[in-house]
Design a protein around this ligand. Structure first.
Ligand code: URA
Ligand code: SF4
Length: 207
């Protein structure tokens, strides 16, 4: 929480915007209450100047423990999709709309909880700064939370997925979240749709 009572990461942003200074500053972010129960900030990873920026929802249990984005089950779906769409890891900057794990406890388990609109808004300055520093050509929007942060609350992933839309200097392509592939009644069909959208994104790269 900031001094004026607004939930925002804004006051934690460093003066100098590069990936190293952003990562260091984000480690100490208290822009909303999620930092209290989570283990650590899970910041984006990848090179500045990456052609593709992929934006998920928030770190999950494994990401919170290990400190890296998309290292759990959803990450394995994503890795497979990227490989099959012909998107190289070295061309990817991987991040989340919200940088701390939101969960409820059920016994010893930590159950993923969707971040609220206020938490998405509070964390947005980090995402905006990452976009400004990385300057991706293509932004892959993974699921409704990332879509809300990047494309606005009227955007509907179910209806507008797989279609390129302008996002500043970049082109955005939305798809379902890789976790949704894992939860789908027909996983193979869900994965094929996910892969088709990633291929659209791959085709938006200019150089
Ligand atoms: N789900 C996400 O949205 N991001 C991660 O980093 C892991 C799972
Ligand atoms: Fe800061 Fe985002 Fe973590 Fe909230 S979720 S404390 S705004 S980094």
């Amino acid at each position: 929480m900031s001094k004026d009572g607004n939930n925002s990461a804004a006051e934690f942003l460093p003066d100098r915007l590069d990936l190293t200074s952003l990562r260091e500053a984000a480690a100490g972010c208290e822009g909303c209450d999620l930092y209290r129960a989570a283990t650590r900030t899970v910041f984006g990873e990848g090179p500045a100047g990456a052609a593709f920026m992929l934006v998920g929802e928030q770190p999950g249990d494994q990401e919170d423990l290990q400190g890296h984005p998309f290292v759990g089950p959803a990450g394995r779906v994503l890795d497979r999709g990227l490989a099959e769409a012909g998107i190289e890891r070295e061309d990817v900057y991987l991040t989340n709309a919200v940088k701390h794990f939101s969960f409820t406890r059920q016994g010893r388990r930590r159950i993923h909880q969707k971040p609220t609109a206020a938490e998405i808004g509070a964390c947005q300055p980090w995402l905006n700064a990452e976009l400004a520093v990385v300057e991706p050509q293509v932004v892959v929007v993974l699921g409704a939370t990332a879509a809300r942060a990047l494309l606005g609350r009227a955007f509907r992933v179910t209806r507008q997925r797989g279609a390129p839309v302008p996002l500043g200097e970049a082109t955005a392509v939305a798809t379902i979240h890789p976790s949704a592939v894992l939860r789908a009644p027909d996983r193979d069909a869900a994965y094929e749709g996910f892969l088709a959208d990633l291929k659209v994104a791959a085709g938006q790269r200019e150089r």
